[in-house]
Design a protein around this ligand. Structure first.
Ligand code: CUA
Length: 348
């Protein structure tokens, strides 16, 4: 190829590389903007902050190493490129240079030892169970989260916690491998069938912290969301009392209740074979416990906002709304859907 053509082709490639770099920077910056609710680079819980500090230091060291190594590489590539004075000549061979080899073995060893000294205590610290921890069992299901509190509260998807108290989660799976992750509060922890894992999370500010199942677990993995809602202690206690009681309004929608408790639908299926409502005969354990469904913000693994319209659309055909949903299309009539929705919304 003619030299001039070669230079032109090279500058074109250069241009494309720069464009791709710029575009990906813009795209990636969307992932880490400060106000994104699942941004683990802006942690809010003490455990996540502890891990983030390690990340900051490791990243800074890696950035310095990257700039030095890549900078040196690029400098040498340009300085000794073909056609340049002194270029395209075999350089002095350094194979077997003991001093240099000792040096570039020692530098990484020192860096990695330093990182290990910072990291290992944090690993042990995070694995320790704090004495005053609130205990909650978290069970991963395709595709929703079940929470069982020591005090008897059973709920789904929305984990309520008090602020300034560590919460020890005991993680179990009802089917396949999931991973529990509330990025602003703590790192991920796998939820493995036949195994019991633990993690501790903590929030210092009241608020809602979004989460997501972080291990591919089937068709609706992306729809397996979670949220932790942190309350001041008094509000948390009130929430617990409310959850421990039977639903206040349960029974105000009599037709729906009747249908829920005794109805048989497509394939002889009944609501009560899968769902429980405390204070009634419904005691199914396959699907989410619905005792205080109406007190939740969202449903179906946090996929939909909990309101009349969404509940009706859901009951009409769950797998259509949430791919792979284990709740089948029950072939409900519009009247049945209206009655059942009224009952579900009465479960405050
Ligand atoms: Cu559960 Cu992914």
């Amino acid at each position: 190829m003619d030299r001039r053509l070669r230079i032109r082709a090279r500058s074109k490639l250069n241009y494309i590389v720069r464009l791709v770099a710029l575009a990906s920077t813009l795209l990636l910056s969307a992932c880490i903007s400060a106000d994104s609710p699942m941004n683990y680079l802006h942690p809010e819980g003490p455990r996540a902050i502890q891990a983030d500090r390690l990340w900051d230091v490791t990243f800074a060291i890696a950035a310095v190493v990257f700039v030095l190594v890549e900078g040196g590489l690029i400098f040498i590539l340009f300085k000794y490129r073909e056609g340049r004075k002194g270029g395209n000549v075999d350089p002095k061979q350094l194979h077997g240079h003991t001093k240099l080899e000792l040096l570039w073995t020692a530098i990484p060893a020192v860096i990695l030892t330093g990182i290990a000294f910072m990291t290992v205590p944090v690993i042990f610290d995070q694995a320790r169970t704090p004495e005053d921890a609130l205990e909650v069992e978290v069970i991963g299901h395709q595709w929703w989260w079940e929470y069982k509190y020591d005090n008897g509260v059973v709920t789904a998807n929305e984990l309520h916690i008090p602020v300034d108290q560590p919460v020890r989660l005991t993680l179990k799976s009802g089917d396949v491998i999931h991973s529990y992750w509330i990025p602003k509060l703590a790192g991920k922890q796998d939820v493995v069938p036949g195994r019991v894992n633990h993690m501790v999370i903590e929030a210092t500010e009241p608020g809602t912290y979004l989460g997501q199942c972080a291990e591919y677990c089937g068709l609706s993995h992306a729809n397996m969301r979670a949220r932790a809602i942190a309350h001041e202690q008094a509000d948390f206690d009130a929430w617990v009392q409310e959850q421990l009681a039977d639903s206040a309004n349960e029974g105000s929608a009599a037709e729906g209740k009747e249908l829920f408790l005794t109805g048989k639908f497509a394939g002889d299926q009944a609501c009560v074979s899968c769902h429980a409502v405390k204070g009634t005969e419904a005691a199914g354990i396959i699907g989410p416990n619905l005792t205080h469904l109406a007190s939740r913000d969202r449903f179906a693994g946090e996929m939909f906002e909990l309101n009349e319209e969404n509940l009706k659309l859901w009951l009409k055909d769950p797998p259509e709304r949430k791919p792979g949903s284990l709740m089948p299309d029950l072939g409900l009539t519009d009247d049945q859907i209206d009655d059942l929705t009224a009952y579900l919304l009465s479960l405050e």
